[in-house]
Design a protein around this ligand. Structure first.
Ligand code: HEM
Length: 447
């Protein structure tokens, strides 16, 4: 530690109940909890279970953690007790992460991703038509996750995921539930036969079976067109390729991260369209004007300005990733304060995105706040809006997700009006920001 660092003081501390620390009040109301944290400052210590944590609420300090002082932080070791992801890109660290990122990055170049536009839009049209043909209301999360999983399988993985859908959804749900538990229960050993541990194991075993089947079906002469063949080929052909356990963990990472977050975003966007007729009407007007024949194309993307605003606002108000976690690798200065080595650092997107210092009337879903703003977040500090993270570990699927969501929303709007009977869904903040209650929606044809 440099002398300058050692002279800094520790961040102010929010006191919570002994032993359980802040977990109880966070579990009760995460927004109120962070209001209380914020009343102590922008970089604040608190304890959560047995962990000492520092919450960072100031955009410049968030940028320090993610970008400028990237090398002083690592991903938290236990990372919510989701061991099945630990060898994949989301949680790997150091050189292992760098090797994986370098191997996979070319699959996410713009030219590659643009090839997927037609699949993304065609599958959205099929989903809309199929749903519109059945008058019954459907569960919105179920509909959107079926869609994003199909797209992921066909494009980035190069496989048909339809027959594995149930198993992947069960696994994704188990991972989400597990990583949303408060740190107190995550500290219990994994082998304890608690109901949570049993559910997690059951879900994960289903995912492992899917992945083993997919790997067994993939020939190692792949031309690197998709993630599965790139990894299987690297694993078979080179000593430096992924080990069997890395391969499994990587595929589970992509099956989970590649569909769950986008589905959640699409669910929230459709929920808001269903309760805000003025937003829906402006979207339909744009789509009718730009999209020829109801199914959007790559060429339409630059002109789908309002569609993108709706999605930008969705990712502000309901950032699917909820919060980003790091662990200090060494003593490091964040903002004005010294953060000791091994401290957990949390960057809560869901809270920063609704901080009224940067966002007027922040709880209101209002895509028109992005009118005329080309580069989010406009004239606010850059890290007042970071739905895809930032710095070297920003979301590798960002371009893919933005394109998929824009094409899907425009295409669904081209085909259907989506309505539902809920106006009051709770925002459930766990490892994702997802609807607290099921939303049952009706898709009806627009003709
Ligand atoms: C709306 C959709 C999405 C959101 C909001 C989102 C959000 C994020 C965020 C915030 C991170 C950074 C986590 C951190 O710094 O700790 C991240 C990383 C990651 N995301 Fe996404 N994501 C989305 C879609 C996707 C998709 C479609 C894929 C894959 C196809 C994907 C794969 C990943 C992976 C593998 C990482 C880890 C990258 C690394 O550490 O190098 N995500 N995502």
């Amino acid at each position: 530690m440099s002398e300058r660092n050692s002279e800094r003081t520790l961040p102010p501390k929010r006191t919570g109940l002994p032993v359980l620390g802040s977990a109880v009040s966070f579990g009760r109301d995460p927004y109120a909890f962070y209001d209380d944290v914020a009343s102590h400052g922008d970089v604040v210590r608190f304890s959560m279970g047995t962990h000492d944590m520092v919450g960072v609420l100031d955009p410049d300090a968030i940028e320090e953690v993610l970008v400028e002082k990237f090398d002083s932080f690592r991903k938290p070791e236990r990372a919510g007790g989701v061991d099945v992801l630990s060898d994949g890109l989301l949680l790997a660290d150091g050189e292992r992460w760098q090797t994986q990122r370098t191997r996979l990055q070319p699959l996410f170049y713009r030219e590659r991703i643009e090839n997927y536009a037609e699949t993304m839009a065609t599958y959205a049209a099929a989903m809309a038509e199929e749903r519109a043909a059945t008058p019954e209301a459907v569960d919105l999360t179920e509909a959107t996750s079926t869609y994003t999983l199909r797209v992921l399988g066909k494009t980035l993985l190069g496989v048909d995921t339809d027959e594995h859908r149930r198993a992947v959804r069960a696994g994704a749900e188990a991972i989400r539930e597990r990583s949303s538990q408060n740190p107190v229960s995550v500290d219990l050993p994994d082998w304890l036969p608690t109901p949570g541990n049993r559910r997690y194991r059951r879900g994960v075993e289903q995912l492992e079976t899917v992945v083993d089947d997919l790997v067994a079906e993939t020939e190692p002469d792949g031309d690197g067109e998709d993630i599965l063949s790139t990894l299987v080929t690297a694993s078979e052909r080179s000593d430096e390729g992924p080990t069997e356990s890395e391969l499994r963990s990587q595929l589970i990472t992509f099956l989970f991260a590649g569909h769950e977050t986008s589905a959640t975003a699409l669910t929230w966007a459709l929920y808001e369209l269903g309760r805000k007729p003025a937003v829906a009407d402006r979207l339909y007007a744009e789509v009718d004007d730009i999209v020829d024949g109801a199914t959007a194309t790559l060429a339409d993307l630059p002109d789908l300005t309002y569609t993108k605003q709706v999605l930008r606002e969705t990712l502000r108000r309901y950032p699917p990733a909820a919060a980003i976690f790091r662990e200090a690798d060494e003593d490091v200065v964040v903002g004005e304060y010294r953060v000791p080595a091994d401290t957990f650092v949390v960057l809560p997107q869901f809270y920063v995105h609704t901080d009224d210092r940067w966002w007027t009337d922040p709880d209101r879903f209002d895509p028109s706040r992005w009118d005329g703003i080309e580069e989010p977040p406009g004239d606010r500090p850059e890290y007042s809006y970071f739905p895809f993270g930032g710095g070297p570990r920003h979301c590798i699927g960002m371009r893919f997700a933005r394109m998929e969501l824009t094409l899907a929303l425009a295409t669904i709007a081209g085909h259907c009006r989506v309505t539902h009977d809920r106006d009051d869904v709770t925002v459930d903040v766990g490892s994702t920001v997802h609807p607290g209650e099921p939303i049952r929606a009706t898709f009806s044809g627009r003709e």
